[in-house]
Design a protein around this ligand. Structure first.
Ligand SMILES: [Zn+2]
Length: 432
């Protein structure tokens, strides 16, 4: 009898367990939902514990996007926490699953083009369903504004600033939780502010907020800005928490043997598209679309090297330097070769002491100032800017390094100075 009771108890327990296990086996669970607002689209990301089948379609009057997710369970708290201040999404609703299908409805404020894809687990991220609500014409409008501004003011020096990572892709994360994407944007915005405060100069931020921008698009946006130079801002990370210091990188030529460390770093930075959620088949090698001739390309790479050297010098005045000379590798984001482009690893976020510095707005301002000063020195050396004795102002960090109060010359003057009688005076630096 005792045995029978025990047997029945075990049987009940087994049945109980199997009942509990059935939904878990049959369905997928949404573990988190995130929303990212970009100027030309809004992105929703669903974290899943396994891959799913789903359908997405539009319904009109009123405009809404419908997601039918097969065998998926959702905790409502996940949807409730999403901010409703998004310019595209008015509200997110969901019904009770019918025939194993969970319906999520996105009420939208304007006509959008939905785009969606599934991502496999990678770099610590789980299975994900990405839903992009594209706002047709938004990017074109921004482009037109830039062109119109450019037409109005041809005298302007334009500096493109690329804040690394964003949105789904946090970049490297420090021990105390500082994300690379946060500090890169803070420094980028600070740099933009200091540039825009100067007469005759304008900054173009490739990323303006916390959203993901694919690397190829970053190159495209830099190209459209027709900038005189581009600075991509990143923060490095390694296992050894003692490692510190800034380093600056330029693009290596096809076929060149890059430094091992630089190559590994480029591979990490180039992985941003996979982490941030981009359809890999859409990623082109930016070098393939190269429209520059060999001479112009070499000239641009030489200029980038010079800019990188100048940045290292100025960064050395405000903090530690990891490598005293620029390094080269094939960074996808440095693909706009018509303008000197550099990638700056402002410090090691993996070093707790440096992480604290990177978080400090005072230090962020110093870094922005160092980038501005280096850009001014570089532009002056390239003939874009001319130093005037009258406006000389003592430099913040060094009396020997006087770069403030520079007079800008328009493009025709600049060409006359840099290339007298068709002769190029720009110094050529050896390429590795
Ligand atoms: Zn990075």
């Amino acid at each position: 009898m005792k045995f029978t009771l025990c047997f029945f108890r075990s049987l009940l327990l087994l049945i109980g367990l199997s009942v509990l296990q059935v939904p878990a086996m049959a369905g997928s669970q949404i573990n988190d939902v995130r929303l990212w607002t970009a100027p030309d689209h809004t992105r929703l990301v669903f974290d899943l514990d396994r891959t799913i089948e789903y359908k997405i379609f539009r319904l009109h009057k009123p405009e809404r996007i419908v997601l039918d997710l097969h065998g998926v369970r959702l905790r409502t708290t996940h949807l409730k926490k999403l901010v409703t201040s998004d310019p595209v999404i008015k509200a997110i609703r969901h019904g009770k699953p019918k025939n194993g299908i969970l319906r999520i409805v996105l009420d939208v404020k304007e006509v959008v083009k939905p785009r969606s894809f599934l991502l496999k687990p990678m770099h610590g991220k789980p299975h994900r369903l990405v839903v992009d609500l594209m706002r047709p014409g938004r990017e074109v409008v921004e482009e037109r504004v830039i062109t119109a501004e450019k037409m109005r003011s041809k005298k302007e020096i334009v500096i493109a600033i690329d804040a690394g990572h964003g949105g789904e892709d946090p970049g490297a994360i420090g021990k105390r939780g500082l994300q690379e994407k946060v500090v890169t944007l803070a420094v980028a915005k600070e740099l933009a502010k200091t540039i825009n405060a100067r007469k005759g100069m304008r900054a173009v931020l490739i990323r303006k907020g916390d959203y993901f921008v694919p690397l190829k698009k970053r190159v495209r946006l830099a190209r459209r800005s027709r900038a005189d130079l581009m600075i991509s801002i990143h923060a490095d990370a390694v296992r050894n928490r003692g490692v510190k210091g800034a380093s600056v990188y330029t693009l290596s030529e096809r076929g060149a043997t890059p430094d091992k460390v630089a190559k590994a770093l480029a591979a990490r930075e180039n992985a941003a598209d996979a982490v941030g959620g981009f359809v890999s088949s859409e990623i082109d090698d930016p070098m393939v679309n190269m429209i520059l001739g060999d001479m112009a390309k070499r000239d641009s790479l030489n200029s980038a090297y010079l800019l990188a050297e100048t940045i290292i010098k100025d960064f050395g005045k405000i903090g530690p330097i990891k490598y005293g000379t620029p390094k080269q590798a094939r960074f996808a984001v440095l693909g706009a070769l018509e303008m000197p482009s550099v990638l700056v690893e402002i410090d090691f976020i993996s070093n707790p002491k440096r992480e604290r510095m990177l978080r400090s707005s005072k230090h962020q301002k110093k870094m922005a100032k160092a980038l501005l000063n280096a850009s001014l020195t570089f532009l002056k050396r390239q003939g874009h800017l001319k130093q005037t004795a009258i406006n000389m102002v003592e430099h913040q960090y060094s009396t020997a390094h006087q770069v403030s109060g520079l007079r800008y010359l328009n493009h025709s003057e600049q060409l006359a100075i840099v290339y007298p009688a068709g002769e190029r005076r720009r110094e050529l630096l050896p390429l590795i």
